[in-house]
Every structure is written in C-alpha cells, then in structure tokens.
Design a protein around this ligand. Structure first.
Ligand code: GDP
Ligand code: CA
Length: 329
C-alpha cells in the first residue's frame, strides 16, 4: 500500500510516528510505503544557516532523536553555541537552537551551498535518521524557497514579519491580519510530490495546522489539483478538539483567514478533495450530521505513541471503508 501524507511539524510528526507503529503491528501492511510531503513555509535563514523546522521535526521524531516533552528539537540538547552567539550580541535570540540541532542546519547549509536541492539534502538527512529502511520518503513540498510571512500591526501600521517571529517571539498574541507565502508564485512542487498524491492508495492529512502547515502545502501549484484528481481516498484527522487546538495557535491562524475555530470549519477548508474526516468524541455531533463527507468520532488525543498508532489505524480503516478495493500491499 502506498500512503501519502501532508505534514507540518509536531502534530504531523507525532501522527506519522503512530502510523509507522501501526504499520509495524499489522502483518498485511508490512510492505506499505509512506511518502511524507513536508511543509517548508516555516523555513528561515538564521546566522547564515538554512533552518527547516517542520522537516527537522519529522526527521527527529521518526528517527528517535526528538526532544519528547518539547515536541521539537533534539533530545539531550545543550546550548553552548547559542550562548556564544548571545555573548556577541548576535540576533535573533528568540529562536531556540541547540548544539546538536545546529549540526543539522550546518550540514544542510553546506550541501545547499554545494548546489544540492532541498530534496536531495533532505534525502541525505533522512538516510542518517533511518527513514528509507522504514519505507518512508520525506519530500519537501518544494525545492524553491517559500516563506510564510504574517502581516501584523503593533500600533505603528501594518508590517510583515516572518512566521517564526510571529509564532515564537510574539507567541501569536498580536493578531495576524493575513498570511503571505513569499515565493509561492515562483514555487514548483518538488520532484515526486504530485505523483505521490496521484499514485497513492491512501492520502492522509495528519492533524497539522490547517492554515500554516497544510494550508501552505495546498498552495504549492498543482498540489490541490492532484488531491482533487487522485483516485485514492483522502482522509484527515482533526487538529481541533472541542474547537481548540491541542497545542499551538491554530485558532489564531484560523481567525486571521476568517474561518471559525471548529473541526467542521477546518474540514470545510478541504471540502473540494476530502473524503473522510476523524473528529474527537467531543465533536461527535459533527459525525452524526448527514453529508457527503464520511465523519467518524473517536478519541484524537495523541497522548503517547500507542494512542497515535490507534488514530492512524482508524484513519486507514476509514480510508478502506471509502474504497474497499484498495490493495492491501
Ligand atoms: P507545528 O508545525 O509544530 O505547529 O505542527 P503541525 O502543524 O504538524 O501540527 C500542529 C497542530 O497539531 C495543532 O493545531 C494541534 O492542535 C495539533 N495537535 C497537536 N497534538 C495533537 C493531538 O494530540 N491530537 C490532535 N488531534 N491534534 C494535535
Ligand atoms: Ca510548523
């Protein structure tokens, strides 16, 4: 079975780790492959280095190197480099970068500097984290730089800041007026991205941020059309439980684009290609309402790997119901 998933950072990575655990438990799924299309709208240049926070969160989580409590960054991390940068007064200091994490950004920047594409660099990084051995291919959504910027007004008129500055430094507390995906007009889907959607047996949308993770990937030319055109069932997992994000500020992002913070409204953002939608039991009334979309309610809190595996299993089961002819292997 060929599974393709669109993913942001922490929510996406935790779901994908659950998916791999589920695949490992079901003998008929042992030959399954997973292609992950990662959001690169969060990418940023810091201290001369290219940082790809969402791709790295997927790599570290699936590779067993993630800081579990934090959900991002490396485990057992130290911050000697950041302390040195601070001593020099180098900025920004609001973005936390640990020493091990710096290693990733240094080698990525070196390889990009040697002329490799982000896809090629990501494949090299993924090899170190053992992804190919687990049947996982991690593709950046695009090899061309796309950066999400946020228009805010702190009292001196509207100005655009990098998404990371809004999310990390401002903690999304300053209302976002709108998001701009800088570079999207010139962006091309990375090699393999559109085919992975068109040729999949199942397409999954993990509970990633619908605006600044999934929404940005959907903006890459061709991605939305591929989702509309694929014969594979497209099944998503709600990132909102009872109208609130489990972590982060997805509600602030939805407000900025004029969308209500409900799981129904999030599913509405995908209405042109979504076939199945998992909601939490707290939103069970959505599952009971009639409509074209197949909605199922179950617990959606990824409290540990087992819980995430069960959610992933439920997503695959719903996909199977929607297309019973899906080949098992
Ligand atoms: P980010 O790039 O690190 O912000 O991560 P993603 O975009 O992949 O995912 C963020 C979303 O994951 C947030 O909107 C959260 O509400 C959602 N999320 C995080 N943990 C859980 C969980 O346990 N269950 C569900 N259903 N959603 C979650
Ligand atoms: Ca992100």
């Amino acid at each position: 079975m060929r599974i393709t998933a669109l993913a942001g950072g922490v929510g996406g990575a935790r779901f994908l780790r659950g998916l791999l655990t589920h695949l490992g438990r079901v003998p008929e799924l042992s030959g399954a492959t997973v292609t992950v299309i990662g959001n690169t709208g969060d990418d940023i240049n810091l201290f001369g280095l290219r940082v790809c926070p969402d791709l790295d969160t997927v790599l570290y989580t699936l590779g067993g190197g993630i800081h579990e409590g934090q959900g991002w960054g490396r485990d057992g991390e130290t911050h000697a480099v950041q302390a040195e940068l601070a001593a020099y007064g180098a900025t920004p200091q609001w973005f936390g970068l640990g020493d091990k994490d710096f290693g990733t950004h240094i080698v990525r920047s070196q390889w990009l500097g040697q002329g490799l594409t982000l896809s090629e660099v990501t494949a090299r990084l993924a090899a170190r984290w053992g992804l190919p051995h687990r049947g996982v291919t991690l593709l950046p959504m695009s090899d061309s730089p796309v950066e999400t910027h946020v228009v805010v007004d702190e009292g001196e008129g509207p100005r655009a800041v990098h998404f990371q500055e809004w999310w990390v430094r401002m903690r999304a507390a300053v209302p976002a007026q709108r998001f701009i995906a800088v570079g999207m007009d010139r962006a091309v889907a990375a090699p393999g991205v559109l085919d992975a959607i068109r040729e999949a047996d199942v397409v999954l949308l993990p509970p990633s941020n619908p605006v600044v993770s999934i929404g940005i990937i959907l903006g890459v030319p061709g991605v939305r059309d591929a989702l509309r055109g694929t014969t594979a069932p497209v099944v998503g997992v709600s990132p909102l439980i009872g109208g609130a994000p489990v972590r982060g500020h997805a509600d602030a992002c939805l407000t900025a684009i004029g969308v209500e913070s409900t799981t129904r409204a999030v599913a509405g953002l995908y209405a042109d290609f979504l076939d199945g939608w998992l909601v939490d039991d707290a939103d069970a009334e959505f599952a009971a309402s009639p409509g074209r979309l197949a909605v199922r309610a179950r617990p959606l809190l990824m409290s540990d790997v087992d819980a995430a595996a069960d959610i992933a299993g439920a997503a695959l089961q719903l996909a199977g119901e929607l297309r019973p002819t899906t080949p098992a292997v």
